[in-house]
Ligand binder design. Structure first.
Ligand SMILES: NC(=O)c1ccc[n+]([C@@H]2O[C@H](COP(=O)([O-])OP(=O)(O)OC[C@H]3O[C@@H](n4cnc5c(N)ncnc54)[C@H](OP(=O)(O)O)[C@@H]3O)[C@@H](O)[C@H]2O)c1
Length: 265
């Protein structure tokens, strides 16, 4: 079940708008790829980005065959390259007409316990999940302000609400930053026809957590993607996916003593 909280979605003259042209970053696998299928099935046009272009090409060919009414563009993009993000988003806007929704989804998972000598792994997580999200948000907001509308979606995590020990430390910190950036941008555009949604998924089985056992309350990719698409379409300020158990659980986690968090990890 998805229960989203926050202000109602953007409407124009009281009519809910369809977000026809949608950008998805990190679309070569997992949740980004799943969302591409969800929105293509609804007849939306897509600009899909990731670094693994052979995967994007396969997705393009399959989507074009199955959903010929949708225009699907695929392009190589490393979200840590802010200039490339700007160029690619502008080029997608040029090719599709307007970017009605931008889903900032690309992300890296686990890093390394701090102090274990693997600075590079944690730096890559922060580079992608924080600076990459910032670069995408910068370009997205500029485009949406110029075109006078849009829906920005940030993929945070249920991990955003409590510092996590071990290999999750940099990841949890990065998602706290994403959630904070989402709140900030939402306040920036309060009086404009631009909507910002921050998603907080719990564990969903994808390549990111392949081979990691015993992840609590994990759901399969298909169910996760279906719930995420529904939450995105609702356009609320934030959503936990699924709402239960993650909404109450994150609220409890925030208050748990450190020792209890250590026992859970
Ligand atoms: N799965 C979960 O349990 C879960 C829970 C909460 C939040 N999330 C978030 O959901 C998002 C998607 O994760 P997922 O589970 O679908 O994992 P995934 O299957 O590993 O997908 C990650 C995607 O991000 C892309 N990516 C990574 N670094 C990139 C970069 N520098 N530039 C461009 N694209 C990059 C990857 O594409 P390339 O490698 O081809 O570039 C891939 O398409 C992430 O932000 C993740 O933190 C996932």
């Amino acid at each position: 079940m998805v229960r989203a909280v926050g202000p109602k979605p953007e409407t124009r003259r009281g009519v809910r708008v369809t977000r026809q042209n949608i950008v998805i970053t990190g679309a070569s696998s997992g949740l980004g790829r799943g969302l591409a299928y969800e929105f293509a099935a609804r007849g939306r046009n897509l600009a899909l980005f990731a670094r693994r272009t052979h995967r994007l090409q396969e997705i393009h060919d399959d989507l074009s065959r199955r959903f010929p009414a949708s225009t699907v563009l695929v392009r190589a993009l490393d979200v840590t390259d802010a200039e490339a993000v700007e160029q690619q988003f502008l080029s997608a806007a040029n090719d599709l007409g307007a970017l009605d929704r931008i889903i900032v989804n690309a992300g890296l998972g686990f890093g390394s316990r701090i102090g274990d000598g693997n600075f590079a792994a944690n730096a890559a997580v922060l580079q992608t999940n924080v600076l990459g999200v910032l670069a995408q948000s910068e370009s997205a907001m500029r485009i949406m302000r110029e075109q006078g509308h849009g829906h920005l979606v940030l993929m945070s995590s249920a991990a955003a609400f409590r510092g996590a020990p071990g290999a999750m430390a940099a990841y949890a910190a990065s998602k706290s930053a994403v959630t904070s950036l989402g709140e900030a941008m939402r306040i920036d555009v309060l009086d404009q026809p631009i909507t910002v949604t921050t998603l907080h998924p719990g564990y969903i089985r994808t390549e990111m957590n392949e081979g990691v056992d015993k992840l609590p309350f994990i759901i399969d990719e298909k169910s996760g993607v279906r719930l995420l698409a529904a939450a995105i379409e609702r356009e609320r300020a934030k959503a936990f996916v699924p709402n239960l158990p993650w909404r109450p659980l994150t609220s409890i986690l925030r208050r748990l003593p450190d020792r209890a968090v250590a026992r859970l990890s």
